[in-house]
Design a protein around this ligand. Structure first.
Ligand SMILES: [Zn+2]
Ligand SMILES: [Zn+2]
Length: 249
């Protein structure tokens, strides 16, 4: 399974980064997790058609995690999509997600595909999608609004995406994470509802976490100063992610 960083910036976006979102690329239907920036351009850069995206998981309702949705829906219509698109969101976000999509006037384009809004209960860990070798689930985050992290199990390997969060004991309790994708909005200064790189390094168990890719990054933060303090055996497993780079799970 290829995990593509569609964007890696914090809420304010970056000079060279779009807002943080991910693509779980699979031949049987890819999943986008949050959506910002320029999703159509990013899919073109990946040589992907929009109908390869089977579903979208919204981790929370902050603008930097959702604002690319109208552009994606528009692009799917332009591409002649006919198969439905599933959008997952928290049950408390369902009404505004549906009304927002309604305001876009898709029936007048007219879009030939259906958007199906499916809900999860953010405080309750639950499986969204599974097949014989892949399971996609959510777990509660610790953010300013109802927010979930995402866990992907694929052929015995585990990837976890924190979404926007303070340090999360649910992630810390996981016995093995092959790839942790964690927000690091700051290098070391405290910021409410978010995590700093320094906190992440001190908090998580680096025998359980094999690799760390950092997202939701802020321009001009002194991440390298924090990395310089880290023992090499840990430092070598950590990196700042860049837009359109990918990891294999
Ligand atoms: Zn954010
Ligand atoms: Zn947020």
């Amino acid at each position: 399974m290829e995990i593509v960083f569609m964007g890696t910036a914090c809420a304010a976006a970056g000079r060279d980064r779009d807002n943080t979102s991910l693509l779980l690329r699979s031949e049987i239907g890819s999943t986008m997790i949050d959506i910002g920036g320029n999703p159509l351009g990013k899919l073109k850069r990946l040589d992907m058609r929009t109908d390869e995206v089977a579903r979208l998981v919204l981790t929370h309702g902050h603008i930097d995690h959702i604002y690319g949705l109208p552009s994606l829906l528009w692009g799917m219509w332009l591409d002649g999509r006919e198969k439905p698109l599933d959008i997952y969101c928290d049950e408390s976000d369902r009404d505004w997600v549906k009304s927002w999509i309604g305001m876009l006037g898709m029936s007048e384009w007219p879009a030939r595909y259906e958007v199906v809004v499916r809900t999860y209960a953010w405080k309750q860990p639950s499986v969204l999608v599974s097949d014989s070798d892949t399971e996609l689930s959510i777990f509660p985050g610790r953010h300013a609004v109802p927010t979930v992290g995402v866990k992907l199990k694929h052929q015995g390997k585990v990837a976890v995406y924190s979404s926007d969060t303070e340090l999360n004991p649910v992630i810390k309790a996981m016995s093995r994470i092959d790839l942790l994708i964690h927000e690091a909005t700051t290098a070391s200064r405290p910021l409410a509802s978010h995590s700093s790189l320094r906190e992440i390094i001190l908090y998580y168990d680096w025998t359980a976490v094999r690799r760390l890719a950092l997202v939701h990054l802020t321009d001009d933060e002194p991440y390298d100063e924090v990395f310089a303090e880290v023992p090499h055996y840990i430092r070598s497993r950590m990196r700042l992610a860049q837009d359109l780079e990918s990891e294999l799970l």
